[in-house]
Design a protein around this ligand. Structure first.
Ligand SMILES: [Zn+2]
Length: 274
């Protein structure tokens, strides 16, 4: 369905164009189109192909714009009460993770007409269907999710003992193997291993955090299986790169020399048996 099937009601005469927040008081009722239904308090985001729907930047050679994915349009509707039709475009940088709208980005309200959204019944049915699917996914989704771009460096350190960069590096190394050997989402599977190592929460408690289905014993078993799969992968693919005499070159080993070894052994490669 293209944007031309969306009917608009100009509410700019009711609200000043300088309104800077979508949390403003409800838009007053105006006449509703005969064959459409007007959504109260939902602004119409516009349908321009040349402007970013989020920051209103005009498309030029320096901006990388993409068609806004459906899940990010739903984010816009739920979080910002703003409806964007299919085929609207936005800067690539506003989309993070699995096609979600970056929660840190603000929606530019200046230079935007204050239009209510009026939709034909068919389009409303589609939105309702999409929203129901989203609610279904939300019910099943992990309470702690390491795909969530809103997790901070401190969150990563607290839960896993690694910062985001370190976690990402490890994940990149293991992800080809994680996909083929774990039945859970790979990034969360790696997080589960480190959460157990860092916090020593019980497997069942970790299962609750990640919203594993089933009773306590079923959760415990599934988390324990995930933990074991990741442990085996780490032993096979990560530990050999960081353990033993041969994981370093001679030059790399010299960097590890201390003032003590430089003084007593003339800055030669030193192995300390402790
Ligand atoms: Zn933008």
């Amino acid at each position: 369905m293209d944007s031309s099937s969306t009917f608009l009601v100009d509410a700019s005469s009711i609200h000043s164009s300088s309104t800077s927040s979508v949390d403003a008081s409800p838009i007053d009722n105006v006449d509703t189109a005969d064959d459409g239904l007007t959504l109260e308090n939902v602004l119409y985001a516009g349908s321009s192909q040349n402007r970013c729907v989020i920051c209103r930047r005009i498309r030029d050679s320096s901006t990388n714009m993409i068609t806004m994915p459906k899940s990010s349009r739903l984010d816009l509707l739920i979080v910002h009460r703003m409806y964007a039709t299919q085929n609207v475009r936005c800067c690539e940088q506003h989309i993070v993770g699995h096609d979600r709208l970056n929660p840190m980005d603000t929606v530019e309200m200046n230079d935007r007409k204050n239009l209510k959204t009026t939709l034909p019944p068919q389009e409303l049915l589609l939105i309702l269907e999409d929203l129901l699917t989203l609610i279904q996914e939300a019910i099943k989704s992990p309470r702690l999710d390491f795909r969530d771009p809103a997790l901070s460096n401190d969150d990563y350190l607290t839960w896993t003992g690694w910062n985001i960069a370190q976690f990402d590096m490890m994940f990149d190394m293991l992800s080809p193997f994680l996909r083929s050997s774990c039945n859970r989402e790979p990034r969360n599977a790696l997080a589960i291993f480190w959460i157990k190592a860092k916090t020593n929460l019980s497997f069942s408690q970790i299962g609750s955090l990640f919203n594993y289905t089933g009773d306590s014993e079923a959760r415990r078993k599934r988390v324990a299986d995930t933990f074991d799969s990741v442990r085996i992968l780490l032993v096979r693919n990560l530990v050999p790169l960081n353990l033993g005499v041969y994981h370093l070159t001679r030059d790399q080993a010299l960097i590890h020399n201390t003032a003590f070894s430089k003084e007593f052994w003339d800055n030669k490669v030193t192995i300390i048996w402790d």
